[in-house]
Design a protein around this ligand. Structure first.
Ligand SMILES: [Fe+2]
Length: 454
């Protein structure tokens, strides 16, 4: 590894780990719920020989961290790099077989989901990597279709059909791709939606009737690309921010575009139909990449509710909670339909590197009652996204658990923390002790054991 002590995103718990570990029969404080049978997997950057002069958190090679849970036991922890080209070269292994598509070979560093019996490690601009149940990289996939821009890393899963809906964007063309992939893993639909300029569109939203596309002012910058900047995107004050509402029963030509407030959204919480209105809850950043890619002067993200009327074109925005928060998640059985509860992590990106004086809280928002609950990790303990896992016999929307990795600066190790979503303020239900630290990362998911065809 090169000198990693000269960049915010290479220090503290942002620093990469340099070994792949397999640890069995992990110690558990408390009691893991007996009906949890599957694997929590989380993705994040773990750069190979990064250049501190041209590094950004978004461009490190992906590493998956997984904890297998069954019958109340934590059977194993594994961390494995996603075998992208630079990783394969570093490991002296053959690169995985490429498939046609994608703007470049992916880093596989942003998210990990299960579809059609396999895990997928995703990064925008590229094809997903197929990953097996022990986190080994198998190959790429283009879902048997044409995906010149790959797909982004935030698919939405229709809870009725199980189909995967995902966007893509291009670095040179002013358009967004919308794609639907069925439960057999086949690309069954693509629509191309024109945008104002080539933009970065990190995520999307989905309602029962509508695909929600974000056309916001983070644009591709050719000069930055020519200068070989790692992240050639910048804020554009002159760009008209819009949201596109495409009927799922229609085509791109049927999209209704509505001008919205100037801001950036990486992640919506959820969206749903309310008559002619599409309601979209988002983590709203005042702007993004305005001055410098590492600059946090853009301000903190808040949880905000948007209402977009597809008939009148009207737009309204209401702050739900102005505390700094990101990584919004719901009970995904409610994807596209009205949700009552949302879960977010209190965030300041620089704080995710951890430290003795830092801490993270997880918020539970009751959007019906207008209240919130907090779980604080304790001093020196920091984390990121917490995933909602519905209880197998759950009746209510919040019957289930929240889980995520927490880094403890005092021990320089991490834990998988499991919280009861119905009693967020209580002590964790269970804490799985890991023998290593898990670097700060992006997104994970709970993968039920029935979701993978091994
Ligand atoms: Fe994301």
């Amino acid at each position: 590894m090169t000198d990693t002590a000269s960049h915010t995103f290479l220090e503290g718990n942002f620093a990469p780990v340099d070994t792949e570990v397999t640890a069995w029969d992990l110690p558990v404080r408390g009691a893991l719920p007996s009906d949890l049978n599957g694997t929590y997997v989380r993705n994040g950057p773990n750069p190979v020989a990064p250049d501190p002069a041209n590094y950004h958190w978004f461009i490190g090679e992906g590493m998956l961290h997984g904890v297998r849970i069954s019958e109340g036991k934590a059977q194993w922890y594994r961390n494995r790099w996603v075998r992208s080209p630079k990783v394969a070269a570093m490991q002296g292994r053959e690169p995985v077989a490429r498939q046609e598509g994608g703007f470049f070979a992916g880093l596989g560093n942003t998210n990990v989901v299960a579809q059609a019996g396999t895990l997928l490690a995703l990064t925008e601009g590229s094809l997903p990597y197929r990953i097996d149940g022990e986190l080994e990289t198998v190959g790429e996939t283009n879902f048997g279709g044409v995906l010149p821009y790959g797909v982004n890393a935030h698919p939405k899963f229709d809870p009725v059909t199980g189909n995967m809906h995902v966007m893509s964007y291009h670095f040179l063309d002013a358009l967004l791709g919308y794609h639907e992939i069925d439960t057999e893993g086949h690309l069954v639909r693509t629509e191309l939606l024109p945008t104002g300029k080539p933009i970065m569109a990190h995520d999307m939203a989905l309602t029962s009737s509508t695909v929600v596309a974000f056309d916001l002012p983070v644009i591709f910058d050719l000069e930055m690309a020519a200068a070989r900047r790692a992240m050639p995107f910048r804020w554009d004050d002159d760009y008209v921010p819009r949201v596109g509402l495409m009927p799922r029963s229609g085509t791109a030509e049927d999209t209704v575009w509505i001008e919205v407030e100037s801001c950036y959204v990486f992640h919506p919480l959820n969206a749903y139909d309310d008559g002619d209105v599409v309601v979209v809850d988002v983590a709203r950043h005042p702007s993004m990449f305005r001055a410098d890619l590492d600059d946090e002067g853009d301000g903190s993200p808040s949880l905000v509710r948007w209402r977009l009327n597809r008939v009148t074109g009207s737009f309204s925005s209401e702050v739900i909670d102005d505390r700094a928060q990101e990584f919004p998640r719901i009970n995904e059985r409610f994807t596209g339909i009205p949700h009552r509860f949302g879960y977010t992590a209190e965030i300041g990106v620089s704080r995710m590197g951890g430290g003795a004086d830092l801490t993270t809280s997880i918020f539970k928002h009751d959007l019906k009652a207008g209240t919130s609950e907090v779980h604080n990790m304790g001093r020196g303990r920091t984390g990121g996204e917490f995933v909602f896992v519905p209880a197998g016999d759950g009746v209510n929307e919040d019957d289930g658990w929240l889980m995520g990795f927490v880094y403890d600066a005092a021990t320089d190790r991490s834990e998988l923390v499991v919280l009861d979503a119905t009693d967020l303020g209580a002590a964790p239900v269970a804490v799985v002790e890991l023998p290593v630290r898990v670097p700060a990362g992006f997104h994970g998911n709970w993968v039920d054991h029935t979701a993978l065809h091994d």
